[in-house]
Design a binder for this molecule. Structure first.
Ligand code: 5GP
Length: 185
């Protein structure tokens, strides 16, 4: 069975990060660590949360064709390092936690990739979660909520949508999707 490229997207604060952490506690999954030019948040470690880099180095890697996909949003670059993902795919199913523009680039280049949209039960729920996280200013929260509408408008281009109402249920649903897709391969 071939290992899968599994792309998880969804609005900021929807709980993708927690879902990914839960999946990584199980066997057979590896995480793609993205590059970004945004500054690290408190507690984020280089090479674990992201590879933190500057614009010049990021743009050099773009020119060298080093990204599976990349996009610029909230004023920063985010991209999936191609070599990193290819090496991880030899060992495990690889999870990419990326936004929609990048996800659609992955699907165009790799139609066999599985795109899963993680959606919130409601917009109110999402705002509450972002405020509780407390890492963003009011202005940043408003910016991120505006982006939510755009992200969710692309869900029909995804292979699956999973509502993250209850974490355990959402993780089980995603595992089920992966299991079914593995049988197809
Ligand atoms: P944050 O700044 O909150 O860590 O991430 C902001 C957004 O960037 C999230 O929607 C996240 O999924 C997305 N993102 C993280 N890494 C990548 C990447 O490698 N490529 C793309 N296109 N988006 C990414």
């Amino acid at each position: 069975m071939r290992n899968l490229l599994i792309v998880l997207s969804g609005p900021s604060g929807v709980g993708k990060g927690t879902i990914v952490k839960k999946l990584l506690q199980k066997d057979g999954y590896a995480l793609s660590v993205s590059c970004t030019t945004r500054a690290p948040r408190e507690g984020e470690q280089n090479g674990v949360s992201y590879f933190f880099t500057d614009r010049q180095s990021f743009e050099n890697l773009i020119k060298q064709g080093g990204f599976l996909e990349y996009s610029e949003h909230f004023g920063n670059y985010y991209g999936t390092p191609k070599a990193f993902v290819e090496s991880k795919l030899k060992e495990a199913d690889v999870l990419l936690e990326i936004e929609v523009d990048g996800a659609l680039q992955v699907k165009a280049a790799h139609p066999e990739a599985i795109l899963i949209m993680v959606a919130p039960p409601s917009e109110k729920e999402l705002r509450d979660r972002l405020e509780k996280r407390g890492t963003e200013s009011e202005e940043k929260i408003a910016e991120r909520l505006k982006r939510t509408e755009y992200e969710l408008s692309k869900k029909d281009l995804y292979d699956y949508t999973v509502i993250n109402d209850d974490l355990i249920t959402a993780v089980a649903e995603i595992e089920n999707i992966i299991k079914q897709e593995k049988v197809k391969n």
